[in-house]
Design a protein around this ligand. Structure first.
Ligand code: F2R
Ligand code: MG
Ligand code: MG
Length: 306
């Protein structure tokens, strides 16, 4: 698969995971029969806040690839939300947008959420994939800085930032591989986990890698880590789906099968699997049903060639 195919795979994998997972968000378990019935129904594949925010970030990065202006990024998120508030946003970002409208900075407003703890939700990780596409993200420190800057606009809790950092670094590391195989993917994930500070995201990722490397099933690790909206649950779950193996569609369906925050786990898993495998074996008719496919492809081409 060409570099361009894998770059496109990042944003299409994200959007496909989001759209396919959306109807099941919050269910404790999703069976293969339920998922096949939804895939075969032939409905348009509309995505949710996950892709909506990622698309906004991707458009912003075209003009501000170093994220020198996080206030402008926040403004773009707020405008996108105002136009399409029905995309299924978490509670936190709209609260931030309202506080900013009263005169606060984005980071200041985000820092007041949840009694001043900041959000540990997966909102910063679910949208970070375009950062991983940037050639600059091959340097893990630059990937981490960009992931953190875009996170802090709405998510200041260290676990939300860790989750975004890992997803961005894994995507960049996978895109940089000449030869993709299971061992190489484990090495990329392990390297990203080892760069995090001590904390729940690092601990759980290390556990996921250990269990899967010794023959455990993805669903087994997810049973221990959880599949909720917290970055410390859903990011390790997405990594477990990736390490479970298979092409991008298989990884996405594995992620949805875990249940819980299905659109978001599948969006993050789909973006990473797309970076590894591109659109290989991705059924064309499925992609043809995907909302805004052409713009996602154009942005992937633009960001990855900067
Ligand atoms: N919002 C949803 N799903 C709910 C219903 C969608 C429905 N299908 C519909 O169409 O209406 N999904 C989306 O939200 C998640 C991303 O959330 P984000 O952006 O991180 O939001 P937030 O509010 O910051 O965090 C999410 C929740 O986590 C809990 N939480 C976070 N930090 C906390 C803290 N420090 N202390 C206690 N709780 C904390 C809160 O319950 C937050 O509301 C994705 O799933 C996306 O798909
Ligand atoms: Mg969503
Ligand atoms: Mg979700």
């Amino acid at each position: 698969m060409s570099g361009r195919g894998r770059a496109r795979g990042v944003l299409l994998g994200l959007a496909l995971g989001d759209a396919l997972g959306a109807p099941f968000e919050g269910r404790s378990r999703v069976t293969g029969v339920q998922l096949d019935a939804w895939i075969d129904a032939g409905e348009p594949l509309r995505w949710t806040d996950d892709t909506h925010m990622a698309l906004t970030l991707a458009r912003h990065l075209v003009d501000d690839p170093e994220l020198d202006d996080p206030q402008a990024l926040g403004g773009a998120f707020a405008r996108a939300y105002a136009l399409e508030p029905w995309r299924g946003y978490g509670a936190g970002p709209p609260q931030v947008f309202a506080m900013v409208a009263q005169g606060m900075s984005f980071e200041e407003a985000a820092g007041t959420l949840f009694g001043g703890a900041g959000s540990f939700g997966n909102g910063a990780a679910m949208r970070v994939a375009p950062v991983g596409l940037l050639p600059a993200a091959i340097d893990p420190r630059r990937a981490a800085r960009l992931a953190e800057v875009q996170a802090r606009v709405t998510h200041t809790h260290p676990e939300a930032i860790d989750g975004a950092t890992v997803i961005a670094q894994v995507i960049a590391g996978l895109l940089d591989l000449d030869k993709v195989d299971a061992d190489a993917i484990v090495r990329v994930v392990s390297a990203a986990a080892s760069r995090l500070s001590e904390g729940p995201v690092r601990d759980r990722l290390t556990g996921v890698v250990d269990v899967l490397a010794s023959g455990g099933e993805p669903a087994m690790v997810v049973g221990r880590c959880g599949t909720g909206v917290a970055a410390a649950e859903s990011v390790p779950a997405a990594i477990a789906a990736l390490l479970g193996g298979g092409d991008a569609l298989r990884v996405v369906t594995t992620a949805i099968g875990f249940g819980g925050d299905t659109d978001t786990i599948a969006a993050m898993a789909g973006a990473m699997a797309g970076a590894a495998w591109g659109l290989e074996r991705m059924p064309g008719p499925l992609l043809d049903r995907l909302e805004a496919r052409a713009e996602l492809e154009r942005l992937a081409d633009t960001l990855s060639c900067r």
